[in-house]
Write a protein that binds this ligand. Structure first.
Ligand code: FAS
Ligand code: PHB
Length: 389
């Protein structure tokens, strides 16, 4: 088989790129390791930046998102019994929207299917060949049958555990990593959200986050030990611990119920450089990971896709390689700013097993500065709603 752009990974990065390319008549084929239902079964991000929303509209895949998402003009930050609001509208001039990654992915699958987009599922043993040449090709198997896909370019949208990043020789790659000594235990429950906006809560017992998907579907997280397993936590134990970590005014009105999903996500900051090697381009989690505290994971994948899509579009429309040659540098410039914000907010809001009394005093002073200083609140708001592409 032959196509113009071979995309490895049928998560949000790969699907969004494929759909955007389609709007400009550029052919692509998506190779996904799992089944569609497996991909849709992952519960992940919940907050979308304006840039992501605009890309979904550009991809003609935003109709349901525009109808069903929630506009959030701010978020609550609490530390102990102190709770204050970061006003996105006042400090950054626009909101974020709340719409689950699962729904984004579902909408993108529907858009690809409607356009007869080519997606192969249950793909195994993907190998990227001749990435440095002008005629790269993928080899892979489906149901034991060997296949080959010739292409002009390869987009590695296959996440942190994919094959793309590993294809770049170790002597070329530079990797930067910080692993946090805790995880997030998340649950989904068919209960009304405790608050109309998110609550990021730091407490002496650890971090908690109150989020939502709609008026009767809530998403909650608590910082947990890396030794924990979801089955170690009964629903009652989770609710009791969450109530201990959020302000009393919220805990008193929390509506609890059975969890319909329960999982633990490890937290890490990770970047690989460069994000391009020959005609292989890394996008999204294949190239970088952030702790989810700042809601930057999915949103930073979006800016990668924006840069790569426009570079490929420029190549096919004019033959210019300027955009694709600038991809890695341009994407990394924004990636590192997202890494910084996610690291800062994670360091501020979590309790670290080995932190000293002085470290705690620094967290308290930083929170007090954020609560009382307009410039600090503006900096947080601008990063949270998304820095410009
Ligand atoms: P993804 O990992 O979503 O998709 C990659 C796809 O490639 C997968 O479908 C995989 O099956 C496929 N694949 C992998 N290897 C392959 C191969 N060799 N061949 C073919 N296909 C292959 N972000 C937030 O903003 N907020 C959150 O709360 C949040 N929670 C998260 C929880 C977890 C457990 C994880 C892992 C991530 C979380 N993230 C969160 C980040 C997440 O939303 C990612 O940023 C987002 O999924 C990135 O999308 P992709 O780059 O498409 O990668
Ligand atoms: C979520 O709703 O899943 C969510 C929201 C904000 C975050 C992380 C996760 O920072």
């Amino acid at each position: 088989m032959k196509t113009q752009v071979a995309i490895i990974g049928g998560g949000p990065s790969g699907l969004l790129l494929s759909q955007l390319l389609h709007t400009k008549g550029i052919e692509s084929i998506v190779l996904e390791r799992k089944t569609k239902n497996y991909v849709l079964g992952r519960i992940r991000a919940g907050v979308l930046e304006r840039g992501f929303v605009e890309l979904m509209r550009e991809a003609s895949a935003s109709e349901r998102m525009d109808a069903e998402s929630y506009v959030h003009d701010g978020t609550q930050v609490s530390f102990g019994e102190t709770m204050f609001r970061i006003d996105f509208d006042k400090h950054a001039g626009h909101p974020v929207i709340v719409y689950g990654q699962t729904e984004v992915t579902r909408d993108l699958y529907e858009a690809r299917e409607k356009a007869n987009g080519k997606i192969e599922f249950n793909v195994e043993d993907v190998v990227i060949n001749d990435a440095k040449s002008d005629a790269p090709y993928l080899t892979y198997t489906v149901d034991g049958e060997d296949r080959r896909l010739d292409c002009d370019f390869v987009a590695g949208c296959d996440g942190f555990h994919g094959v793309s990043r590993q294809t770049i020789p170790t002597e070329v790659r530079r990797e930067y990593e910080k692993v946090y000594p805790f995880g997030w235990l998340g649950i989904l429950s068919e209960t009304p959200p405790v608050n109309h906006e998110l609550i990021y809560s730091g407490s002496e017992r650890g971090f908690a986050l109150c989020s939502m998907r709609n008026e009767n579907l809530s998403r909650y997280y608590i910082q947990c030990s890396l030794d924990d397993n979801p089955e170690d936590w009964s629903d009652d134990a989770f609710w009791d611990e969450l109530k201990r970590r959020i302000p009393k005014e919220a805990a008193d009105k929390l509506v609890t119920g059975p969890s319909i999903e329960k999982s633990i996500a490890p937290l890490r900051s990770f970047v690989t450089e460069p994000m391009r090697w020959g005609n292989l381009f890394l996008c999204g989690d294949a190239a970088h990971i952030v702790p989810p505290t700042g809601a930057k994971g999915l949103n930073t994948a979006a800016s990668d896709i924006h840069y790569l899509y426009n570079g490929l579009r420029e190549f096919y429309e004019s033959g210019s390689r300027e955009g694709i040659n600038a991809y890695s540098e341009k994407a990394l410039a924004r990636v590192w700013k997202a890494e910084r914000f996610s690291w800062w907010f994670s360091s501020l809001m979590h309790r670290f097993p080995d932190q000293s009394e002085f470290d705690l005093k620094m967290q308290i002073a930083e929170i007090e500065f954020l609560r009382t200083n307009e410039a600090a609140q503006r900096a947080m708001a601008e990063n949270y709603v998304g820095l410009p592409y």
